[in-house]
Design a protein around this ligand. Structure first.
Ligand code: ATP
Ligand code: MG
Length: 256
């Protein structure tokens, strides 16, 4: 569905991404992990068109999108929930969510239909509809941020650190929402510092370091990789102690 091949990109002073290869199959959840500054958010930015790659190929369902504007990419069904809080604090929850439907604002019936879908999937949009977004807790805001990007019924949703600053309960709420969206057919690509949560939620894992992909594989294979376990998971394997690893395909070292 989504494919990056040899993507090089930066912010002016040299390349941050140094030849990134990445694939997301339809209806999978792929989680990118890696240390601060590895280029994880930058990967999401080149996909959503906020940053242009200087070389390499980005395609969605076989169509090149690396040279498209953020607006065109949005129209192709790719939406991003950024890492930092992005709601308008002085606007109500409902107004914030409606902003997500800006591209379809002229089609009132469709707007209404999408809003109904969002209200059903993300109940806080109904229960706190007229409260200012600025008065919500961090976890509640995260739910509304995701709800807002659902207004365009995305095929691919990009989430940068959805767990940031959330308590365990909000965390499981956001994780549950991501799972539901995925089950409803949305492909998910997320970046997560909380490696255990991210790889627990994901079907596939990608480990980045220094602007390159170091390892890819099924989420369980990446979790069970001894080096990943010692670097990010405090030594022990992240798999549940109950059974042997799921026996999925072995993680393959990727082009470094
Ligand atoms: N707007 C920008 N202008 C210049 N350099 C930037 C910009 N945004 C990021 N960078 C640089 O690009 C590199 C990768 O940043 P990026 O935000 O992609 O990392 P990350 O893996 O998402 O890190 P974190 O885990 O801290 O969010 C860093 O060295 C950073 O300083
Ligand atoms: Mg980041």
């Amino acid at each position: 569905m989504l494919s990056l091949k040899g993507v090089v990109a930066g912010y002016g002073g040299g390349s941050v991404l140094q030849g990134v290869d990445l694939e997301c199959a339809p209806q999978t959840i792929t989680c990118i992990v890696g240390p601060n500054g590895a280029g994880k958010s930058t990967v999401l930015r080149v996909i959503s068109g906020l940053l242009k790659p200087s070389s390499g190929e980005i395609s969605m369902n076989g169509e090149t999108i690396g040279d498209r504007s953020p607006d065109e990419i949005l129209r192709k069904g790719i939406t991003q929930v950024p890492q930092s809080h992005a709601l308008f604090p002085a606007m109500s929850v409902r107004e914030n969510v409606l902003m997500g439907g800006y591209l379809i604002r002229k089609n009132r019936a469709l707007l209404r239909e999408r809003l109904d879908m969002v209200l059903e999937r993300v109940p806080i949009v109904a229960t706190r509809a007229s409260d200012n977004a600025g008065n919500l807790s961090g976890g509640q805001r995260r739910m509304v941020e995701i709800a807002r990007c659902l207004m365009l019924d995305p095929k691919l949703i990009l989430l940068d650190e959805p767990s940031l600053g959330l308590d365990p309960r909000s965390l499981s709420g956001v994780a549950g929402l991501i799972n539901e969206l995925n089950q409803a057919g949305t492909t998910v690509l997320l970046v997560e510092q909380n490696v255990r949560l991210g790889l627990g939620l994901a079907t596939h894992g990608v480990v980045m370091e220094g602007g390159k992909v170091r390892l890819t594989g099924t989420a369980s294979a990446v979790k069970d990789d001894p080096e990943i376990a010692s670097l990010y998971l405090g030594g022990a394997s992240a798999s549940s102690p109950g059974g042997p690893s799921s026996g999925g395909p072995k993680a393959e070292a990727a082009g470094v």
